[in-house]
Design a protein around this ligand. Sequence first.
Ligand code: NAD
Length: 370
Amino acid sequence: MRFAVTILPGDGIGPEVMDVGVGIMVHVAQGYGLLLDLTTKQVGGASLDACGLPITDDTLEACYGAQAVLLGAVGGPRWEGLPHDKKPERALLRLREALGLYTNLRPARVYPALVEASSLRPEVVRDTDLLVVRELTGGIYFGKPRGYDHDHGWNTLVYTRDEVERIARVAFQQADLRRKHVTCVDKANVLESSQFWREIVHEVHRDYPHIELVDLYVDNAAMQLVRNPGQFDVLLTQNMFGDILSDVASVVTGSLGMLPSASIGDEHALYEPVHGSAPDIAGQNTANPLAMIASVAMMFATSFNLPEAAHLLEQAIEGTLSAGYRTADIATPGATVLSTSDMGAQVQEAFDHLVQTQPVSPTSGLVESE
Ligand code: NAD
């Protein structure tokens, strides 16, 4: 099998975690006999510096032509003063819109070895294993009119029936693969758009009667996420609420550097860590690459249809953490603190060890080494 992957390293720690991500992706692909055609393009601040645009048509073309896109992170203080349409972050919205990436999957899981790394108490975070299903191409981030003048600032929050139906279906289907529970997060007590959202989610739910559905206001959801995150399985929510809640979920897991994501449409998919370009630690080779590696795992499961490879990579991350290896952001007393690149090497080693000790089943897709 041959797959085209477009690589967008971006800014700050983006290229640092991308080096690790690409190294592991190529290594795992070899093990499964996949051929990857990799094309690297600039995005965000790097693209602005090179040609004055946060993303070019050439980069977009390369993404259209690929089975999957892997993105590092964009943005940084150097470009903060630019007008909104010129900011590096505009590239993300352009990509999501152009590729039709309406589903954003953000799993947040607390690895047993990291229960002490969270700023919350171990007994609170211990059983966390949730998935935020965030609508990604509608809502207030895309609604028009938007703008500001001297006396006003305005944005528009609109959802269409089709947009809500298709993301609700994704949430119920994901829940079907997990613990069969969906929490619909909205602000239906205040926003008409949320009342509309909630009613449609309940209509779609009739097709999934074996999935439990509960409603929760977003303010309560934020509070419950830090009070008792273990109660959640799938959280279904609109664009802006999902953006905020998944960052809250990062506190639970210990660091933003632990959270992967997949943005999926009908024809394209993009994988990226949830974190930003982390200008405060950029260039130091100290960033946590595990969110990037876990994003690569999601790519193997979803775009390459190799869930077993994804599972082994996740096990490799877990094994590396259990062996006491950490990056600085998740360091705990007595742990061995590694650089970004060394953490990548450790996970790759753990993956190889798992492959060698794993019996090769006919359905695994693993290529037997000589
Ligand atoms: P950030 O995620 O870059 O950093 C927040 C904090 O988390 C920082 O202290 C940072 O050091 C830490 N952190 C983040 N990722 C880490 C990792 N992998 N390892 C260790 N520590 C990590 O968020 P921010 O500081 O609010 O934003 C910085 C820039 O990134 C801004 O320009 C913002 O717009 C942009 N941003 C981009 C994306 C994206 O590309 N998808 C997402 C969020 C923010």
